[in-house]
Design a protein around this ligand. Structure first.
Ligand code: AHR
Length: 531
């Protein structure tokens, strides 16, 4: 990271202007941006998605069926498609998650589809018919990706399958029409043109639901699964990585895997799962106090250290860093009890707190763009950290959705380095006093358009911010948007869908700086032209 750029706090000078409270104190902030030397391109895939055959995610969330009264395109919920297009969803990971390592792709093709066991069946409420109907298979998934304009990212079965089954699936997807019998079969099932799936996950959580393996065991299987990979298109192969939210960050997995890959072709991507995992706590999704607000955010930003630690570890084996991170599951995961309906397991209400967490997470991703090839929120609809909740003909965008919409401008732009202040905000979290960066920020530039995103996690204090452009660069046509609400627990519901949504926000141009006041508990987007 470029040390010449920084986010500087000027605490003493502004003490009088800021409301102090029991929980926090924040100072004015100055963000200095040096535009002449932009950093890495922020992969659009960082703003990616994940949908799994789990609870109400696929069936109802995405797939309503061709004969449904709910507005649909070939059985796919139309509103889901429209809103995913609106945020430019760059990719979709499917079919799991844990489901992937029990999934056999042939069950999901052709006219007659079997009912099969679903990994999540045992977690479903008693009396629920939780078998997998296989109505949504690879053709339906590819149709969804085409409708959205998203790149497919398919997680293959390593836990209960064979390399042959994997390779046949790849050939079924990617072999040109008229070549293999598998390509003819695909054509007979409605898709003459190859799917050209590039992103393949080689298993999922192989240390857990994907096979409870040791890293050396998984490394052996990874090599078996990929050595004879039918490369009709240049693949991007993703190996199972650590459970980043483990107490120790799970560095041992990364060390073990790369040690056992010495001398072999390294993967293109290394999966990291990072959940802000509140399941062992009493913290609720919808109703919480200030300490619980800060606890969630503090646990969320640990992600930055986890990424840095694993990056350093991988560097011992791969100093050129050929392998990039694929953070293919991230989100705030609350304990069960607040589901949309009991059978929509893992679904939870999403509040302003989760939107703030989303802003903090995206700023981390943007600031580490050179390390990250892709990230996928878990999961897009009716699940953990969802952008949408859907139930029959009801559908609502959560506050997290709007953060995706606001950060869209960073996709594919060049990172402008920004450094967070170290210990600005003194907060009280569950474990007592703690420090949280007073503001989080990231910035990018695309041609002459500068985008700066800022999150103010404070429940008490608005923060006057100056974004200063170094080396005499000038700004014009500055625009701002802010997502906030007076109530920290604010959310969008089927009956009040527009409670939390972004609104235009004033940004002044003062010489070579942009000035605004970030309201408490808010995510902000500033855009301007550089003259
Ligand atoms: O996203 C829910 C589950 O969390 C996924 O299936 C699994 O990979 C992870 O443990």
């Amino acid at each position: 990271m470029n040390r010449r750029t920084f986010l500087k706090t000027t605490t003493a000078a502004t003490l009088g202007t800021i409301a102090a409270s029991n929980f926090s104190f924040a100072a004015d902030a100055e963000i200095e941006l040096t535009l002449g030397e932009p950093g890495a391109v922020i992969s659009p895939h960082i703003y990616g998605h994940f949908i799994e055959h789990l609870g109400g995610v696929i069936y109802d969330g995405v797939w309503v069926g061709r004969n449904s009264k709910i507005s649909n395109i070939d059985g796919i919920r139309k509103q889901f498609v429209d809103d995913m297009k609106r945020i430019g969803a760059p990719n979709l990971r499917w079919p799991g998650g844990c489901f992937a390592d029990g999934y056999h792709w042939r069950d999901g093709i052709g006219k007659s589809r079997p009912r099969t066991y679903n990994f999540w069946q045992s977690r479903m409420p008693k009396g629920t018919d939780a078998t997998e109907p296989n109505q949504f298979g690879i053709h339906e998934f590819m149709n969804l990706c085409r409708l959205i304009g998203a790149e497919p990212y398919v997680a293959a079965n390593v836990g209960s399958s064979t390399p042959q089954e994997f390779h046949d699936w790849v050939s079924y997807c990617n072999a040109p029409a008229g070549t293999l019998s598998l390509a003819d079969e695909r054509a007979a099932n409605g898709d003459k043109q190859p799917f050209n799936v590039r992103y393949w996950g080689v298993g999922n959580e192989s240390w857990g639901c994907g096979g409870t393996m040791r890293p050396q065991e998984y490394a052996t299987l990874y090599r078996k699964w990929t050595t004879q990979f039918p490369a009709y298109v240049q693949p991007f192969l993703v190996a199972t990585g650590p459970r980043g939210h483990s107490a120790d960050g799970d560095i041992g997995w990364t060390t073990g895997f790369f040690e056992n890959m010495r001398g072999y072709q390294p993967p293109d991507g290394f999966s990291v799962h990072y959940y802000t995992d509140l399941r062992p706590t009493q913290i609720k999704a919808a109703d919480f106090n200030a300490a619980e607000w800060y606890e969630v955010l503090l646990r969320g930003i640990r992600l930055e250290k986890v990424l840095q630690d694993h990056w350093n570890e991988i560097g011992k084996f791969d100093p050129a860093h050929r392998t990039k991170f694929v953070v293919d599951e991230w989100g705030v995961w609350y304990k069960p009890g607040e589901e949309l309906q009991p059978s929509y397991i893992l679904s939870e209400p999403i509040t302003l707190r989760d939107a703030i967490h989303t802003g903090l997470t995206f700023d981390i991703f943007n600031r580490h763009a050179e390390k990250i090839a892709m990230a996928n929120v878990a999961q897009t609809v009716n699940c953990i950290h969802s952008l949408f909740l859907a139930q029959g003909d009801k559908f609502v965008r959560t506050p997290a959705y709007y953060v995706f919409e606001m950060y869209r401008a960073h996709m594919g732009a060049k990172q402008v380095p920004v450094e967070n202040p170290a210990k600005d905000l003194k907060v009280t979290a569950l474990g007592g006093p703690a420090a949280l960066p007073g503001l989080s920020a990231s910035a990018s530039i695309r041609e002459s358009k500068l985008t700066v995103t800022i999150t103010n996690p404070s429940l008490d204090a608005s923060v006057p911010v100056r974004v200063r452009l170094a080396n005499g660069a000038n700004a014009r046509e500055a625009k701002g948007v802010v997502l906030t609400h007076q109530d920290m627990r604010a959310t969008n519901t089927f009956t009040k869908p527009d409670e939390v949504k972004p609104t235009p926000y004033p940004v002044k141009i003062e010489g070579n700086a942009l000035a605004l006041t970030m309201p408490k508990q808010s995510v902000g987007l500033i855009q301007c032209e550089i003259g």
